[in-house]
Structure formats: structure tokens, C-alpha cells
Design a protein around this ligand. Structure first.
Ligand code: GLA
Length: 697
């Protein structure tokens, strides 16, 4: 009897367990909770494109007096009117928050990145934090779009001053600014654009920074130069206006062909590696189309840039821009950027590492604080990104391949998602109303977000464990970590061990990685951190050499219209989590194919209702299938020293681009009575391009 009872007890216990498992399975997906209220500080005044600038000739032009006296009057430089293009880009006074500015002073940036060199066309990082944004100019421009009216929303003209579509919409003719010059005085022409396109984007051996590939502009797209100032695009689709966004930062910003072309393997005996690394950071005065030119570089210390004497933008009074004579990039850490901007020893920060919010807010609240701080919308988001390639991207070993197979299993991805307490993860960064639960996909609070199309797997460890078991993983040796089934090649019976790549330059990336690792331990997965410094991390993930990674999301998830192609693996080298394997194909999962089709349908229609529907479908596919696994989303704050004028209200730290672009730095100035003697090389201009050439006097 007793035995029987025990047996019965055992059976009912078993029953209990399996019922629990069944119930656990029933923790159903839901829609995510609404983010806590958080008021953005400052809103833009929305304007039309023509309100911001136009291209036209002015009756006269001006420059700082010292430039005329020291350089023009002595014959070292042509007169300013001859250095400017036929029709410069003219900023309208009415759109300048503080009007026409005065020359002088410096913007002192602090950055956590390090310049690898100046060949961004071949993938070298300049160190981020605005160095690249300040040196590169692109066919179109998107940063300032945060203040453009919805009905006029389209990339701003820039190096391409105008364009028209053919009647059938397959051809786009672009007119480049005529007579503009690189900072060394060499004319800027279609030759530069064609070198970027033919020998960098189209050359499979070259990966430009920010990952432009031919598919970034649509499969089968071609580009040719009709003359020095006219480009002609031919697209397979009709009116794919989306690609105008791809022609902005950082996917169509040509570098100087006269410097880089002779170094390219096609025109020299260099290898691709030599080409990429031929112009190191020590090479000063590299010609740029941007407002400032690098004139000094001290490793781990500073990059100094001086005004570009050939800059092609002016104010309505004909004053050649920029107003600021110099910009600095102190080579420090991203966290130090926040500290210094708040303290007043630096001038600018995108406050984006949530760990420092409370302290920064406290200090900025003091009326005598040197800088102002304004929060924007919740557009900083982080995701856990499983590598979805099953056919060899990054050449995984047997262990790595086994993880890829798990990554490609929806039950496994769901288990991971259910095991994450996102509320807690967010609060571990910062307490208060900042962070919001982020299930992945488009952000709550943005134009195309639809809550009802968003699938959220709420925190439930039991459900997570049941799903892991469904995916075939059990803790067979009782050590708390689940094991592979016996028949998995190379790792049969072994503990499941996953590496997690994260950027060690940012505290937030590290904190989130640690949070994920702890959550996965509770689930029974051993996750091992692989922290790498920014540039190294970028190279690692671009080579596909990771199992999982933590990543700050790109701009495509905010605006959708920017970098739309990156919303799904629409090309062999486009997605961060799924690129072509050894055979050159991307082994898309069925839901990914649906995502690709949905994104393409969005690109190929301009019907607003169809676009809204496409994005609803996209959001559902993304979040239900956990294409990537969302973690947290929160607002960033722009910190700028109070002495600067012409900072537009409501400039977000990240929307179509980073704040370094959004605030239109070439228009920013310091009123005379507030100017400081921060210039390290006063009264100098960039010298001849080359190694070790400092600024000339
Ligand atoms: C880095 C920083 C951002 C921003 C960008 C600009 O990514 O973290 O805040 O400054 O550089 O390129």
C-alpha cells in the first residue's frame, strides 16, 4: 500500500511537473507595456527644406580678416570668391536660431574612439564622435531632417545640389555643386563620386566604413558620370526615393580621388590591405570637403582640425563658413565625454550611457552649470543579436556551428527572450522613468510603431526553460547548464556555451552584456563575454566571427526611411546578424525572406497607407520571430556648453543621424563676448597634404 502510494505520489508529482510545463508554455506573448511618461525637453520648429538653405551666388563674400591678410594678400590663397563654387550653399538667416554669426573659438569634443586612418572608403574608422561627420560631405544630408515638415521629408541636397527623376522613374539625374574644391584646392567632380562607387562600393575586396555595398542602392543599380558635374543613376525599380537616404552619411560620402585612386590596387602595386592603411592618422591635412581639416594628431591625446579654406557653404551675408576656426577631439573615453561636457572642460556630449544620467542631471540643474542638457525621445536602443548564418559566415568551428543551429531555432530564441527581465535590465542601468521595455523592432514613440503589431514575450523563466527543452536542450549532467543532445556534431553531450561579443568602449554595452549573462545562467546557458574595443569589435562582427552580440541599434529602426535596406538581410553584406556564407548566399529563414519582401515592398511604394501596412507586417515578423532580441530603449540628452549659439531647439542626439550632424556645426558660433582663447593653432590654415606636415602659418 505504502509502495503504491509512493508510486502514486511519484506519478502525481510527475503529472504536476508536466502540468507545470504545460502551464508555463501558456505564458502567452502579449503586447509590450506602454513606456513610462518622459517629456522630451525642447521641440523643433518644423520648416521646409528651402527655409534652411538654397544654392545661389551672392554679390560678395567674406572670410576671417586674418585669412585675407595672411593668405590672400600674400598670394598663398586665391580670393575667397574664387575658392567658392559658382553657387555656394547659402544658409538662411531666418532659420538660424541666433542669426548670422561671428568667427572664432573652438568646439572641444572628447571621444572614446581612436582614428585608424583617413581611408573610410576602405573601412578605416576615424574614431567617431563627429570626426568623420565633420570631414565627410555626402551627396545628400539627413541629420537636420529632424526639423523638416513631414510633407517635405526627403534628404537635403548637399554635394548633389539638385536632382530629377525620369518620367518612368528608373533614372535619377543628379547635379553636383559646380566649382567646389577639396580643402587643398583640387576641384571636386564626378571623378570623386565614380572612384568611390566603382573602386570601393563595387569592389568586393573593399568594405567601406558604415558598410555600403552595391545592394545598399538597390540590386542592379548602376551609376555613371555624364560630365564633371552630372551623375546618372539607373534603378531597376521605379522611383525608389528611399535610396536618396543612402546617398547621405555614411554611405555616399566620396573621399578625394586624387589622393586615394593612385593607392588603389587597380591603379598601383598595392595590396588591398596596403590601400586601406596607406593614409594613417599621422598623415595630416588630408583633403576633405567638410568644414575642418585634420592638422594635428597625437596618439591617445588629441586630433586638432582647422577651418577648411575652400569650404563651400556660406551665410546670407556671404560669410564663408564655418564660424568656428578650430575643432578638437580629445582622445579619451565616452564616459569622460559626459563628465567633461558637464564640467565645462569639454563642449559637447551625446549623453547616451544611461549609467551617468542621474549625476549629469544633478550637475546640469545648477543654474551656474557651464552647459545645458536637453533630453530627447527614447531613440537609444540595445539588442541582443544572435548570428543567424547557418552556412558559414565567419567560418564557425563545430561549437560555433552548433550555436548557429540553436540561433536559427525559434523555440531557442523565444527561450532567451522569455528569460530576460527587461524591466530589471533597464533599471540596472538607471532607475527612474528613463528606460522602457523593448521587445525589438521599431521603437515605441516613432512614426511607424504599432503596438498591436508588436509581440512581446514577457519575463517567465519557467516558460523559457520549457522552450529550451523543446529545442532539445536538457541539463543531462546536473551541473546547471543544459547539454547538447548526444548526436550533435563535435559537441554532442557537452554544455551549451555561447560567446557574447560586446563593445568595451561603452559602460552600457558592458552592463547589458553582464545582465544578459546572469539571466542566461539562470536559464541554464553558459554565456561568456568577449569584450573588445570599438574598432576591433566592429571588425569582428563584420567578419561574422561571433555567436551573439550586444549592439546599439542603427537609425533605421527609428525613422524607417533612413537606411531602409538594413531593416532586413536585403543583400549579401547588409545585415549585422546575417550575411552571406561561403557560397555567397544568405541562408534566409522563411520569416526573414518575408521580412526582406516586406522591406522591399516598402521601398517600392510611395503610397502612405501601403507603407504603414508594410511596417505593421514588418514589426510583427520581427518581434514574433525575434529576428534580434530587444533589450531596452531610453532617451539620450544633448549636452552643449552654454557659450555656443545657433543650436537648434529639439536637436535629438540620434534620429536621422547623430547630433554632431543635426546641430549643423558649420553654422554654430560663439558670440564675441563669450569667446575663449581655446585655439591651439590660431591664425593658421591647413597645409599641403602629407605625412607629418603640421599646420602652416
Ligand atoms: C559614437 C558616439 C555617438 C556619436 C557618434 C558619432 O558612436 O557614441 O554618441 O558621437 O560616435 O559618429
Amino acid at each position: 500500500m505504502r509502495r503504491k502510494l509512493i508510486a502514486l505520489g511519484g506519478a502525481s508529482l510527475l503529472l504536476g511537473v508536466s502540468m507545470l510545463a504545460v502551464q508555463a508554455q501558456e505564458v502567452a506573448p502579449t503586447t509590450p507595456p506602454d513606456p513610462p511618461k518622459f517629456e522630451a525637453q525642447g521641440f523643433p520648429t518644423f520648416v521646409g527644406v528651402k527655409d534652411i538653405f538654397e544654392f545661389k551666388a551672392l554679390p560678395e563674400y567674406h572670410e576671417p580678416d586674418w585669412v585675407t591678410k595672411q593668405f590672400v594678400d600674400t598670394g598663398k590663397l586665391p580670393a575667397v570668391k574664387d575658392r567658392l563654387p559658382k553657387e555656394p550653399l547659402v544658409y538662411k538667416t531666418a532659420n538660424m536660431p541666433d542669426g548670422v554669426g561671428v568667427y572664432g573659438d573652438v568646439m572641444r569634443h572628447v571621444i572614446g574612439g581612436r582614428p585608424e586612418g583617413w581611408n573610410y572608403m576602405a573601412g578605416q574608422s576615424q574614431g567617431w564622435g563627429g570626426i568623420d561627420i565633420g570631414t565627410m560631405e555626402c551627396l545628400t544630408r539627413t541629420g537636420p531632417l529632424f526639423e523638416v515638415k513631414a510633407e517635405e521629408l526627403e534628404p537635403l541636397p548637399n554635394l548633389a545640389k539638385s536632382w530629377e527623376w525620369s518620367e518612368d522613374g528608373h533614372k535619377l539625374t543628379m547635379h553636383l555643386i559646380e566649382g567646389a574644391k577639396w580643402s587643398d584646392g583640387v576641384p571636386f567632380t564626378t571623378e570623386d563620386a565614380m572612384f568611390y562607387w566603382n573602386d570601393n562600393v563595387q569592389d568586393p575586396n573593399v568594405t567601406p566604413l558604415n558598410g555600403a555595398t552595391p545592394e545598399s542602392f538597390g540590386e542592379g543599380t548602376t551609376l555613371k558620370a555624364l560630365d564633371d558635374y552630372t551623375l546618372e543613376w539607373t534603378f531597376k525599380e521605379a522611383f525608389p526615393k528611399q535610396y536618396l537616404y543612402q546617398m547621405a552619411y555614411g554611405t555616399f560620402c566620396p573621399g578625394p580621388a586624387h589622393i586615394f585612386k593612385p593607392l588603389h590596387p587597380k591603379y598601383s602595386s598595392n595590396t588591398y590591405d596596403q590601400y586601406k592603411n596607406a593614409i594613417p592618422p599621422e598623415y595630416l591635412n588630408v583633403p576633405v570637403m567638410g568644414a575642418w581639416v585634420p592638422v594635428e594628431y597625437r596618439p591617445d591625446d588629441i586630433v586638432v582640425m582647422r577651418r577648411n579654406p575652400y569650404y563651400w557653404k556660406v551665410d546670407e551675408n556671404g560669410n564663408q563658413l564655418p564660424y568656428l576656426n578650430e575643432v578638437h577631439y580629445r582622445l579619451s573615453t565616452w564616459a569622460d565625454r559626459d563628465v567633461q561636457a558637464v564640467a565645462g572642460t569639454g563642449d559637447f556630449s551625446n549623453l547616451e550611457q544611461a549609467e551617468s544620467y542621474v549625476e549629469a542631471l544633478k550637475r546640469a540643474a545648477d543654474p551656474s552649470a557651464p552647459s545645458r542638457l536637453a533630453f530627447g525621445a527614447r531613440t537609444i536602443g540595445y539588442s541582443l543579436i544572435p548570428n543567424l548564418s547557418g552556412n558559414g559566415w565567419g567560418e564557425p568551428d563545430e561549437r560555433g556551428q552548433a550555436v548557429r543551429e540553436l540561433n536559427r531555432n525559434l523555440d531557442f530564441r523565444k527561450a532567451v527572450s522569455y528569460a530576460l527581465d527587461r524591466q530589471h535590465l533597464g533599471e540596472s542601468l538607471v532607475k527612474g522613468p528613463f528606460t522602457a521595455i523593448y521587445p525589438g523592432g521599431l521603437y515605441a514613440g516613432t512614426t511607424y510603431y504599432d503596438k498591436d503589431s508588436t509581440v512581446y514575450y514577457p519575463y517567465s523563466l519557467d516558460t523559457a526553460k520549457a522552450l529550451l527543452e523543446k529545442a532539445g536542450l536538457k541539463d543531462t549532467d546536473g551541473n546547471g547548464i543544459v547539454n547538447y543532445p548526444a548526436d550533435v556534431a563535435g559537441v554532442g553531450g557537452k554544455d551549451v556555451e555561447i560567446t557574447l561579443l560586446a563593445n568595451s568602449d561603452y559602460q552600457t554595452d558592458k552592463s547589458l552584456a553582464e545582465g544578459v549573462i546572469a539571466s542566461m545562467e539562470a536559464l541554464g546557458l553558459r554565456v561568456v563575454a568577449n569584450f573588445q574595443a570599438g574598432n576591433q569589435r566592429d571588425a569582428t562582427y563584420q567578419a561574422g566571427k561571433y555567436d551573439w552580440q550586444i549592439m546599439r541599434n542603427g537609425a533605421e529602426l527609428i525613422s524607417v526611411v533612413q537606411n531602409t535596406v538594413a531593416l532586413a538581410p536585403t543583400g549579401p553584406r547588409i545585415a549585422n546578424n546575417h550575411r552571406a556564407g561561403k557560397d555567397g548566399t544568405v541562408d534566409l529563414l522563411p520569416f526573414e525572406q518575408d521580412m526582406v519582401d516586406t522591406v522591399n515592398s516598402f521601398i517600392n511604394t510611395s503610397d502612405p497607407a501601403a507603407r504603414v501596412e508594410a511596417m505593421k507586417k514588418y514589426q510583427k515578423l520581427f518581434t514574433e520571430n525575434l529576428y534580434t532580441i530587444g533589450l531596452t530603449q531610453y532617451p539620450g540628452a544633448l549636452i552643449i556648453n552654454k557659450r555656443f549659439a545657433n543650436i537648434p531647439a529639439g536637436a535629438p542626439i540620434f534620429m536621422f543621424n547623430w547630433a554632431e550632424d543635426n546641430i549643423i556645426r558649420e553654422r554654430v558660433f560663439v558670440p564675441g563676448d563669450k569667446q575663449q582663447a581655446y585655439e591651439l593653432h590660431p591664425n593658421t590654415l591647413p597645409g599641403a597634404p602629407g605625412k607629418g606636415n603640421g599646420p602652416i602659418n
